[in-house]
Ligand binder design. Structure first.
Ligand code: MN
Length: 347
């Protein structure tokens, strides 16, 4: 019998208001080219896309039943991508506030199975900071931002209020992918490259690297960030990132940071598995980061969560490592309930 809970940490939801406003925005037509691709695929009107929307909207018994079927004991639920980040500021703030109210209410009904991350609108950094404080008061455990907003990345000084609040409130950021922003998307528009097979990781990896290389973690050393998809490629590149940063410092091409880039990645980041299901990728992540910086995520409803569970149950790691990745790392990072029901226990 299992002794650990399986906690999934990148599990998406949306609200009917976000769907309705997104449909209106798409119908009006004045949208970024990358988002237009998303609008025509995963946010479109195919049977598959409609099924994804139905699953995203369900924060009740349907979601619990799917978690039971997939073998997920506890889900850390967060807003979908790109959600509120495509709207003008005041609409985005309102949609994020409503989404947080809906999520907090669902968690109140099932605190044994659900916790949540706040949605915020980076378009209004002061409002986002205030919403983080309100979200903390409602019991939400951190917040999620989908990479860049209108082509602007979170290292820019205008976003400082968000990180000030995140550090003061000890609310970790889940830095989640979206399609590449308008200044980088053009070569990604062909062949489906804007999507989660490549473009999402290129975009979100860039977002994370901008946070590191901007010195953000020197200014806010208490800011903690989670990256999905086994770290969006960064663990693979970390040695070379340090090596080439060293050369750039030596030739005066960049200003030195207080530490090597990899040190910020180890000190301020954790990664989640979300949809990466190979022994080799997990082994590399454990070798480079250590097992204590890796959490399990299902990426519901965009991935086969059961396949993710089966992968982590079957991959050749020790029982202690499996338990750390499925449960205890996430509990510590997000301040989740230390105990809870284990699905199938006693059967
Ligand atoms: Mn995801």
């Amino acid at each position: 019998m299992r002794s650990y809970r399986r906690i999934a940490t990148e599990e998406a939801f949306t609200t009917q208001s976000i769907i309705d406003e997104t449909d209106k925005l798409i119908a009006a037509g004045d949208i970024e080219p990358g988002f237009a691709k998303i609008a025509g695929s995963i946010l479109g009107d195919s049977p598959g896309a409609r099924d994804v929307k139905r699953r995203l909207l369900d924060l009740g018994e349907g979601r619990i039943a799917q978690m039971d079927a997939d073998g997920i004991d506890f889900a850390l639920i967060s807003i979908n991508s790109p959600a509120v980040q495509v709207f003008e500021a005041s609409r985005a703030v309102g949609l994020a506030t409503e989404a947080n109210d809906i999520l907090a209410e669902a968690i109140k009904g099932r605190p044994d199975r659900f916790a949540g991350l706040a949605a915020v609108a980076p378009q209004d950094p002061a409002a986002a900071a205030r919403e983080l404080e309100r979200a903390k008061g409602m019991g939400l455990k951190g917040f999620l931002i989908n990479s860049s907003t209108a082509g602007e990345y979170l290292d820019l000084p205008k976003f400082a209020p968000i990180f000030e609040a995140a550090e003061a409130l000890n609310m970790p950021l889940y830095l989640h992918p979206r399609e590449p922003g308008p200044t980088m998307v053009t070569p990604f528009l062909d062949y489906g490259l804007y999507f989660a097979g490549w473009g999402f990781a290129a975009e979100c990896g860039l977002s994370a690297m901008r946070l590191i290389m901007s010195g953000l973690f020197d200014r806010y050393p208490g800011v903690r960030v989670a990256l999905g998809h086994m770290g969006e490629g960064i663990p693979f590149w970390l040695q070379r990132i340090d090596n080439r940063y060293g050369l750039q410092v030596k030739i005066g091409a960049v200003d030195p940071l207080a530490k090597a880039p990899s040190a910020y990645f180890l000190d301020n980041f954790q990664i989640t598995t979300s949809g990466v299901m190979t022994d080799a990728a997990l082994r590399l992540a454990i070798d480079v980061l250590g097992v204590d910086r890796i959490q399990f995520a299902g990426d519901y409803p965009f991935e086969d969560v059961k396949a993710g569970v089966d992968f982590l149950e079957g991959t050749p790691i020790s029982a202690e490592h499996r338990s750390a990745i499925f449960e205890t790392n996430a509990v510590a990072f997000w301040d989740l309930p230390a105990t809870g029901p284990i699905i199938g226990a006693g059967q």
